[in-house]
Design a protein around this ligand. Structure first.
Ligand code: PLP
Length: 387
């Protein structure tokens, strides 16, 4: 029977993370370390602002680019990171970071354009790029480099058809944070080969050990070839509000605004008011980051104490990417057995690209008690494999 679906839709599949959660429903009592969102709730004052907006009748469409007052606040926030963007022409408020990524790719990719994506990387990049007509080209990142994306590895994959480089720092799934020198080397490449950089910085506030966030857009002559994507989801525990933003090259932003007009009109108005409040509540971000740091220290130490597992200490996001090669099974086997035999939900590293094989992605957006219990369960499971 004709399904009426086009070829690209036929290729759409459920992502490995969601598939894992679906399977986990059959194992009640499992501890979820597979999750990619804060377990904490949105801070109360932000919730209050969203509710007030609704009560005050702010229930209408806004400008397609988002409320100008919000864009002004975003511009001020970015200026503290030495990023100068015009709130009127160079910022768009989007439906989460995902909305920004999708719009940027939709207005720039032509069929057959190659897009460089680090491997391993959050899965949506691959599916979005493919759906919008591009060809994802994986660039391996290596554990010995702390999973930092290196300019020399990028350069090896550049061809005359390369158009876009996707960057994601701090990173999902590895937790790696690019250093300033990494970004300088990558920006030199972008200029040399005339690449557009889509810089996904949705974890930019989740940094530890005194790390500072640097954005490639702030480097010389990069604004014209960069679309920065950020979000309120992770920093302010606002995943369900669906709000983020993109900033950069004004010609591209202009087309993203026009496309947004046609797709969703604008981001939900109460979310926009709540986001304005969020930018006034930056102290909440540091409080939450401190909570994650404590959890990261616990999980990294705990994993390194388990025979057969080694884990580098990432400097950002809320993921660790432990090496499980010594367990002698594929990452999918280990993730499945951890669910079935130990009651711990993780994501196989292979879900994030070929280079992710031999690793697991473990999220520590969960309570200290749950992390401790999960570590006990993981240790018990691994004891059957390595003695
Ligand atoms: C690397 C990365 N980028 C973007 C997003 C999108 O988040 P949101 O659309 O909620 O802002 C996520 C969510 O998990 C992510 O991990």
């Amino acid at each position: 029977m004709d399904t009426f679906l086009n070829e690209k839709a036929l290729e759409l599949k459920q992502g490995a993370i969601r598939a894992m959660f679906d399977r986990a429903k059959n194992f009640p009592g499992s501890i979820n370390l597979g999750i990619g969102e804060p377990d904490l709730n949105t801070p109360e004052e932000i919730v209050e602002e969203g509710c007030n907006a609704l009560r005050q009748g702010k229930t209408h469409y806004t400008a397609n680019a988002g409320l100008i007052e919000l864009r002004e606040k975003i511009s001020q926030y970015l200026s503290r990171q030495k990023i100068n963007v015009d709130p009127d022409k160079e910022i768009i408020v989007t439906t989460g970071g995902m909305g920004g990524l999708a719009l940027a790719l939709m207005v720039t990719l032509s069929p057959g354009d190659e897009v460089l994506i680090q491997d391993p990387q959050w899965l949506n990049y691959y599916s979005q790029v493919k759906f919008f007509g591009g060809i994802p080209v994986p660039v391996p990142v290596k554990e010995e480099n702390g999973f930092r994306l290196k300019a020399e590895d990028i350069e090896k994959k550049i061809t005359p058809r390369t158009k876009v480089l996707m960057l994601n720092t701090p990173n999902n799934p590895t937790g790696a944070v690019l250093e300033y020198e990494d970004l300088v080397a990558i920006s030199d490449l972008a200029k040399k080969y005339n690449l557009l950089v889509i810089s996904d910085e949705v974890y930019s506030t989740l940094l530890y050990d005194g790390m500072e966030h640097h954005s490639i857009i702030s480097l010389p002559d990069m604004k014209e070839r960069t679309i920065l994507v950020n979000s309120f989801s992770k920093a302010f525990a606002m995943t369900g509000w669906r709000i983020g933003y993109a900033a950069g090259n004004r010609v591209i932003i202009d087309k993203m605004i026009k496309l947004q007009e046609n797709l969703v009109a604008c981001v939900a108005t109460p979310s926009q008011y709540a986001a304005m409040k969020a930018l006034d509540a930056l102290n909440r971000v540091s409080e939450m980051t401190e909570i994650y740091r404590e959890r990261r220290d616990l999980i990294v130490e705990g994993l390194n104490n388990i025979k057969g597992i080694s884990c580098i200490k990432p400097k950002g996001s809320f993921y660790v990417f432990p090496n499980i090669k010594a367990l002698g099974k594929t990452s999918e086997e280990v993730a499945n057995e951890l669910l079935e035999k130990a009651g711990v939900i993780t994501v196989p590293g292979s879900a994030f690209g070929a280079q992710g094989e031999g690793y697991l992605r473990i999220s520590y957006a969960n309570s200290l008690d749950n992390i401790k219990e999960a570590l006990n369960r993981i240790e018990k499971y691994t004891k059957q494999l390595v003695r």
